[in-house]
Design a protein around this ligand. Structure first.
Ligand code: SAM
Length: 275
């Protein structure tokens, strides 16, 4: 008998993956959590029925959340990750030796616990001495930490459940105030095929708050539509002004110094969402 995990990406479309084994399923205080072992993409973390990360393609997303901002800011020492309980973005941040402290704030400690247990290749740096892990609402954390961070990365679930507020104008205002005077933030902002309005609204809100706003893309096969966007808001530094020849070649599988600027070249239909 074959077992398949299916994610409905819209009411009328989805993806499905053959499963070897279900490793854990639990209704946490915040969401339905599952980790399954798929034939094609290895172990897969699912929250409220949505693909969060897979062993096979996670590197694309985690590298592209972390490195464009960390190589745009000239001296990022204090970094915050909102969400990101699987640890993948933290792992990428640890590739930057000048970062003195990375704080991870995820609302659900069970995501952290099970990622450490079942996704060791992704969660491997959560116990790094430069990392502080806090179980809390990211919205609360940024309002309690003004003028604190050089870079803030929002690695949240989609705007449902506990993450709804993490796509609001008030949250981006809070991020602005939690950043230092030359800070940069980046958020995952979903896909242009099924969530065009979300991308438009976030872009509008962030442009009202930050002087520099840039959107970039990456290909993530297991995410809805496979085309993913990231929105960067910056108080001072422009990712397109970076001298990519000065970006070191670090241990990555997707991000490169050459890709740093290229990722900001958008397909026309995505560009039109960000006018
Ligand atoms: N890469 C995934 C994506 O793009 O959908 C996100 C993965 S990460 C596991 C998402 C995390 O956001 C989850 O662990 C969830 O608990 C966390 N989260 C959701 N709402 C949150 C909030 N208000 N504060 C902090 N973390 C939150």
């Amino acid at each position: 008998m074959e077992l398949w995990y299916t994610e409905k990406q819209t009411d009328n479309y989805g993806i499905t993956a053959k499963i070897r084994e279900t490793l854990v399923t639990e209704k946490t205080d915040f969401q339905d959590l599952a980790i399954v072992d798929t034939v094609e993409f290895g172990r897969l973390l699912v929250l409220d029925g949505m693909v969060m990360t897979t062993e096979k393609d996670e590197f694309v997303y985690h590298e592209m959340v972390a490195h464009p901002a960390l190589y745009t800011h000239p001296n990022p020492k204090h970094v915050l990750v909102v969400g990101g309980g699987d640890g993948g973005v933290i792992r990428e941040i640890m590739k930057h030796p000048d970062v003195e402290k990375a704080v991870l704030v995820d609302i659900d400690g069970k995501v952290i616990e099970y990622s450490k247990k079942f996704l060791p290749s992704i969660a491997c740096e959560l116990d790094n001495p430069r990392v502080e892990v806090i179980v809390n609402d990211g919205y609360m954390h940024i309002h309690d930490h003004k003028n604190t961070y050089d870079v803030i990365m929002v690695d949240s679930t989609e705007p449902v459940g506990p993450a709804v507020e993490l796509f609001s104008r008030g949250f981006y205002q809070g991020i602005y105030e939690s950043l230092k005077e030359d800070g940069i933030f980046v958020a995952q902002t979903d896909n242009p095929w099924f969530k065009a309005e979300l991308i438009q609204n976030v872009n509008r809100d962030v442009k009202e708050i930050f002087p520099i706003v840039r959107v970039y893309c990456a290909n993530i096969p297991t995410y809805p539509s496979g085309l993913w966007t990231f929105t960067m808001g910056s108080k001072k530094y422009d990712p397109l002004q970076v001298d990519e020849t000065k970006i070191p070649d670090i241990d990555t599988k997707y991000y490169t110094p050459r890709l740093h600027k290229a990722a900001f070249a958008l397909p026309k239909f995505v560009e039109d969402l960000c006018k």
